[in-house]
Ligand binder design. Structure first.
Ligand code: ZN
Length: 134
């Protein structure tokens, strides 16, 4: 069952440049920065109440984020929903005919189990399910 929007993922060319907007204009605090080698991205998480803003910067040219930036430029990359049972959530999406990018969850930022649905199954917006850190 979905509990809340865990975070919004926003693709940027440079966290160093983009963070000024989130810190100075919006007044948000950066909770942590982390490189996720499996996804070839550097991330920075900003706290906003119960949810977070996740900035994503590619660490290599074949990073999924580099490909996204080349195609669509900076902007909203994905919405992440916190779920109580990620395996069940994935199976339910599959049963409804969704294409999964991850058949089984992978370890994402903050050691959370995460999995993505293909944007063609979710009307153009990449959808992430994530569980609590294990
Ligand atoms: Zn995310």
């Amino acid at each position: 069952m979905l509990k809340k929007i865990d975070h919004l993922g926003i693709a940027v060319h440079s966290i160093e440049k983009a963070r000024k907007f989130y810190e100075n204009v919006l007044g948000l605090n950066c909770e942590k920065e982390e490189e996720v080698t499996s996804q070839k991205v550097r991330t920075a998480f900003f706290v906003l109440g119960e949810t977070h803003i996740e900035l994503l910067e590619p660490t290599s040219d074949d990073s999924p984020i580099a490909i996204f930036l080349a195609k669509r430029g900076e902007g909203l990359h994905h919405v992440a929903y916190r779920t109580t049972d990620i395996e069940k959530q994935l199976q339910a999406a599959k049963d409804q005919g969704c294409t999964l990018i991850h058949e089984t969850p992978i370890t994402g930022a903050g050691n959370k189990q995460v999995a993505f649905l293909h944007p063609k199954s979710s009307h153009g917006l990449l959808t992430e399910f994530c569980s609590e850190a294990q």
